[in-house]
Design a protein around this ligand. Structure first.
Ligand SMILES: *[C@@H]1O[C@H](CO)[C@@H](O)[C@H](O)[C@H]1NC(C)=O
Ligand SMILES: *[C@@H]1O[C@H](CO)[C@@H](O)[C@H](O)[C@H]1NC(C)=O
Length: 366
């Protein structure tokens, strides 16, 4: 009986904590991440927003850093060695952090490696997604093709939904029907997908120039205040809506949209660390790559839904920037995290990973 009462109480609390999100400037209540996540497999790789592929017996990791750094290892556990960079010069896209593009996503299609990357400036949506290709996964053979899409300023940025989103954090997904999707987005209106041509190098548009776009996830509530002097390009005047780093996967019979929710970085002071709003890895599922993606309660990710699959636990703080690797044993969730025993500093984030089990079609980190 006592158990029932406690359960009822918890349920009521959970319901009241789940304030309906809105874009009206109302802060959304958010409970800190629940305990109970397993510890990660710990590695020696310092990284943010890892993108990892396996080619034969070698793992390749691509990440932010001068011209996007490449690390290689014989196993996910390491040892990881920096072997070079993707680009041999600054990005040819004339905006943002072209010396050190952000959050690359590398995939192999046939004999070609495609590395999608972003150039931007922190807190601003004057951003762009570009592409480099190579016949080999390591350093040395990459050609920078430059701009695919951009938001903020520049040609085409006025098109929907580029006019209200931030073109960073690209992720490419090939659907069974041959459609190629580029998922992207960070803050503002959240996560979108747009269709690419089958060459994977150009945007698919209708005859009137519209993008084939779908809204996949958003945080309509205000989670923290935007910077002072916010305008529509640098800082969001409606407040911060922190969802980003999306990654689309398929595990029969569902598509899964993974994303990072909360504050990624800037944990210099106690208040930022203890706000309960640090990064965590969330997911929703759908019968279609175009959504709608929902969480266990059936709440659409576009309305602020999302199951937390991995969050702070023990020495692990603010895990996010995740991706999924699949091998003969199943899916592996990999991400970066801060080790509270080491440092909260941006450059001290490490690669960690957990295998996934699917319980009733919902992924659980083990
Ligand atoms: C803003 O949205 C919240 C949540 O939906 C609601 O409770 C609140 O009344 C709204 N405030 C205004 C000023 O509309
Ligand atoms: C955190 O760092 C300490 C000290 O280096 C180490 O012993 C521990 O295994 C690390 N934990 C994680 C989860 O990385």
């Amino acid at each position: 009986m006592a158990v029932l009462v406690v359960l009822l109480l918890l349920f009521t609390l959970a319901l009241s904590a789940r304030i309906r999100p809105s874009y009206n400037g109302t802060f959304r209540e958010e409970v800190p991440v629940a305990a109970g996540f397993p510890p990660p497999h710990v590695t020696d790789l310092r990284i943010h927003d890892p993108s990892i592929i396996r080619v034969g017996g070698t793992f390749y990791s691509y990440s932010v850093g001068p011209r996007m750094v490449i690390h290689q290892a014989p196993s996910l556990d390491g040892p990881w060695t920096q072997t070079g960079s993707v680009l041999s010069a600054d990005s040819i896209i004339p905006k943002g952090d072209r010396k050190a593009p952000w959050a690359p996503n590398t995939i192999q299609i046939g004999d070609t490696f495609y590395c999608y990357y972003a150039v931007s400036n922190a807190g601003c949506r004057d951003s762009a997604i570009g592409l480099a290709t190579s016949p080999s996964p390591g350093p040395g053979g990459w050609t920078d093709h430059g701009l695919l899409i951009q938001s903020g300023y520049g040609e085409g940025a006025e098109r929907f939904p580029l006019d209200q989103s931030n073109t960073i954090d690209p992720n490419i997904f090939l659907d069974f029907d041959g459609t190629v999707y580029m998922i992207y987005g960070s803050f503002w209106t959240g996560i979108w997908s747009i269709a690419l041509h089958s060459d994977l190098m150009s945007i698919s548009t209708t005859t009137d120039g519209a993008l084939d776009a779908t809204h996949l996830a958003a945080e309509p509530g205000v989670i923290f205040r935007a910077r002072k002097n916010a305008n529509s390009i640098c800082g969001d005047v409606t407040g911060a809506h922190p969802v980003e780093g999306a990654f689309l996967t398929y595990h029969a019979p569902y598509y899964y949209l993974w994303f990072s929710w909360g504050r990624c970085c800037e944990f210099k002071n106690e208040q930022m660390r203890n706000s309960g709003k640090e990064y965590r890895i969330r997911v929703g599922r759908s019968a279609s790559a175009r959504g709608p993606f929902v969480d266990k309660q059936g709440q659409d990710l576009v309305d602020g839904g999302g199951e937390t699959v991995y969050g702070s636990n023990g020495e692990v703080f603010a895990p996010g920037g995740q991706g999924i690797l699949t091998d003969e044993l199943g899916d592996i969730l990999y991400y970066h995290y801060l080790n509270t025993s080491i440092s909260y500093d941006f450059w001290e984030a490490r690669l960690g990973y957990n295998r996934l089990e699917y319980v009733d079609g919902w992924p659980v980190a083990v």
